[in-house]
Design a protein around this ligand. Structure first.
Ligand code: PFF
Length: 456
């Protein structure tokens, strides 16, 4: 169970090295790999974009991820308590943890609705009701689902209870146990779909869309987009990685783990692109992003491939698997905060989180039906929650955490925590990471944030 925890509440933890990797990767891999990453890569210069993304990950993604995990592991506590423990007395750094909890509620509210559509589509794919090569038919089917308040709510609540149920099994059995099974399954399903997609007529066109380098498309905006994507993709800036870090074993090599997670996550995005775009081009559809790609184009495309129904079921199961790990990590943040801060049982904390999310999330589930006209700052709740969390809280959290490590916690403490009191790692790795956190990451993330707020 706990690894040297000095908390009064007995804490769970990840039990094996593979478990750590699977759970952390499970958080990074999500819907972002399926509808965001491949499309953004294709539309913004293919291999050129990949190169920019890789650089963005190296200079801002990985350092912040390492910082968060290191802080969590050293404090062995939820993000609010962790920041309290690590900061000098009287300084309100714990507010960053509180903002992270707010972000996780906001993200869960809209993310759970999209996951609800994914789960609904697994059932619809099995039943065959979305099997049509006509995009208008698949579009009508999707519109019907999202405009139906009862269906939207029920699927969302079902998803929330499903994820909450896994969390009730605890960190080791629930999160780690499931991730160890789901991550290999994810790769297997992806490879299968890739094999089919690559065997289609116009596979080369799809691959060219995805990979052909076009450096003329790399503008400043594209660079900032890549940096923002790195942040969302790796679940950074809101305490998720800090929470998972608190379950890491002391002898786990953190930089190595983060590099592996980043590489495997990138691999999933690439494979998703290879599974999707050759098929999309073969049947003459235009590449798209977001819900339109997943829920309208994909059904129309797969309906035209032999055994298409089976492939469609596989595709939506794959999306559900990817989304489950991300949802688990998002929900674990408020669960462990409520559990440890309020001193209530983990079960109570989970139920409280689910019920709060049912209420808050319903404002997103109903944006296409009962609440269609309800807007704040010109945005419906779905878009508002997305904007506030992705464009404000996550980057601001990233900046503050980097500043905290670089300027408040200091090099000695950070190095000692990262290297497990000098038993792991060489000095130069921690020097480099510390330098990036102190001088480079905060400035670059600030640029991403200003762009996200349309101030740049
Ligand atoms: N990384 C997930 C994705 O790419 O879909 C999304 C996500 C999960 C963001 C967990 C933030 C988080 F805390």
């Amino acid at each position: 169970m706990g690894h040297g925890s000095n908390n009064t509440i007995k804490r769970g933890g990840f039990s094996s090295s593979f478990g750590v990797l699977a759970a952390t990767l499970g958080s990074a891999v999500g819907l972002g790999n399926i509808w965001k990453f491949p499309y953004l890569t294709g539309a913004n210069g293919g291999a050129g974009f990949l190169l920019v993304y890789l650089l963005a990950t190296l200079v801002i993604g990985l350092p912040v991820m390492i910082a968060e995990i290191t802080m969590g592991r050293r404090a062995k506590a939820n993000p609010i308590t962790a920041l309290q423990k690590l900061s000098p007395k009287g300084q309100p750094w714990w507010l960053v943890g509180a903002a992270g909890m707010l972000a996780s509620f906001l993200i869960l509210s809209f993310y759970s609705e999209v996951v609800a559509w994914v789960f609904a589509y697994v059932v619809k794919a099995i039943g065959g009701s979305i099997l049509s090569s006509d995009r208008q038919v698949t579009e009508a089917a999707f519109s019907k689902l999202i405009a139906d308040p009862a269906q939207s709510l029920l699927w969302q609540w079902g998803v929330l209870m499903f994820i909450g149920g896994i969390l009730l099994m605890g960190v080791t059995k629930g999160i780690e146990g499931l991730a160890k099974k789901l991550m290999p399954l994810l790769f297997l399903l992806l490879l299968l779909l890739c094999a089919v997609s690559l065997s289609l007529d116009k596979a080369a066109e799809g691959l060219a869309f995805l990979f052909r380098p076009d450096f003329s498309k790399i503008t400043a905006t594209v660079v900032l987009t890549a940096m923002g994507l790195a942040f969302f993709k790796l679940s950074l800036g809101m305490g998720t990685m800090m929470t998972y870090g608190s379950y890491f074993r002391d002898d786990q090599n953190i930089p190595m783990t983060t590099v592996r997670v980043m590489a495997a996550d990138l691999c999933v995005s690439m494979l998703a692109g290879i599974a999707i775009f050759p098929a999309v081009f073969t049947f003459g559809f235009a590449p798209a992003a977001g819900p339109a790609l997943v829920f309208i184009t994909i059904p129309a495309v797969f309906s035209q491939i032999p055994m298409g129904q089976v492939l469609m079921v596989i595709f939506f199961v794959l999306a559900a698997v990817a989304a489950t790990g991300a949802m688990l990590s998002l929900m674990e943040v408020p669960v462990v905060i409520l559990h440890e801060r309020l001193g209530i049982t983990r079960r109570r904390a989970t139920v409280l989180t689910i019920v709060s999310l049912m209420v808050l999330g319903s404002s997103c589930a109903l944006t296409n039906s009962l609440l269609a006209g309800f807007k704040i700052f010109g945005l419906n709740m779905f878009d508002l929650f997305d904007f506030v969390s992705s464009n404000i809280i996550m980057p601001a959290g990233g900046i503050l955490l980097a500043v905290f490590v670089g300027w408040v916690w200091g090099r000695e403490q950070f190095t000692s925590a990262l290297s497990n009191n000098g038993t792991l790692l060489n000095e130069s790795t921690s020097r480099l990471v510390f330098f990036l956190l102190r001088y480079v990451s905060p400035v670059l993330i600030l640029l991403v944030m200003l762009k996200g707020l349309n101030l740049l």
